[in-house]
Design a protein around this ligand. Structure first.
Ligand code: PDD
Length: 287
């Protein structure tokens, strides 16, 4: 079935939505994005995603394509037009198509940003069978650029990381820099030791996950102890549990790292509890 997508003010059948070959995201990866999940037809953590979008735009000196209310309206309309009950909405803003290739940024007065949104229907996203068995990760070197806190569309290395994981018979890769885990290819990484949740502190080294912020808030509200600091792969392999968070997977248990079983090799209790709390609270707070 053809989706209805949004492009620069218009709702169009997906085959009719066309972007210029001079678009800066196509030529220079000069674009930022957000992925918001939909549960029961409602947007999850929407305010957080929009706040991060604004931050990404500001950090790259990119104009804002539309006001908060307008972006909310577009998200809601796409959910409705495409009948999304569970799934994702992808939003991308680029610096636009100046009509030629040039390293220098175009004048924002004469070059409008490109705004694209589309939906991905994923029935069963919340009741994922994978979350019941957990996933396996490998470790790879983190060779990405130094501003990973900005959610840009430069995703070649994370894509390569996923392929390295697949080739090794695993599901994902956790990236390591200076001996410590930064994050997963498209998620934030956590371990649990003696009941304590350990996850890397925020900096320019990692994306400031919106799901991370919500999950840590719920964990603290449930009297769990959270320690925000870097950890090594060896520490992770000796942990009681491991998991990751993202808008597309919520809280996902990790049961194997570089071939070593974590705990008893099944999803841990803390991860499963946080997944349940996150899903319950998100459904209640969805807009
Ligand atoms: N990825 N770290 C990286 C590198 C990511 O790409 C993502 C999200 C996260 C988790 O952030 P959040 O909780 O806000 O989704 C962490 C999205 C889902 C993606 O690229 O599809």
């Amino acid at each position: 079935m053809s989706r209805t997508v949004y492009l620069n003010g218009e709702y169009l059948p997906e085959a009719e939505a066309k972007v210029s070959i001079f678009d800066r995201a196509f030529l220079m990866a000069d674009g930022v994005y957000e992925v918001t999940s939909v549960l029961g037809g409602k947007l999850i953590d929407f305010d957080g995603h929009l706040a991060r979008l604004e931050r990404s735009l500001t950090e790259l000196d990119m104009p804002k394509p539309a006001a908060f209310d307008e972006l909310l309206e577009i998200h809601r309309k796409l959910v409705e037009l495409n009948g999304i009950d569970e799934g994702l909405i992808y939003l991308q803003v680029t610096r636009g198509a100046p009509g030629d290739r040039d390293f220098a940024f175009p004048d924002p007065e004469s070059c409008e940003p490109t705004l694209v949104l589309f939906t991905q229907s994923k029935p069963g996203l919340a009741d994922s069978p994978t979350a019941k068995t957990g996933i396996k990760v490998i470790s790879i070197e983190d060779i990405r650029w130094g501003r990973r806190d900005i959610k840009t569309v430069q995703l070649l290395y994370p894509s390569m990381g996923k392929m390295m994981a697949k080739k090794a018979g695993a599901d994902d890769a956790w990236m390591v820099e200076d001996g410590a885990v930064t994050e997963g290819t498209s998620n934030n990484a956590y371990i649990v030791k003696d009941g304590k949740i350990i996850t890397r502190n925020l900096s320019t080294d990692i994306l400031h996950g919106i799901t991370r912020a919500a999950v840590l808030k719920f964990a603290r509200e449930a009297q769990m102890i959270v320690e925000e600091r870097p950890f090594t792969i060896e520490e992770a392999q000796q942990a009681d549990e491991a998991f990751y968070t993202s808008a597309s997977a919520f809280v996902m248990p990790v049961v194997e790292i570089d071939g070593a079983k974590i705990g008893d090799g099944t999803p841990g209790g803390v991860a499963l509890r946080l997944r349940e709390i996150y899903l319950d609270e998100s459904r209640k707070a969805g807009i």
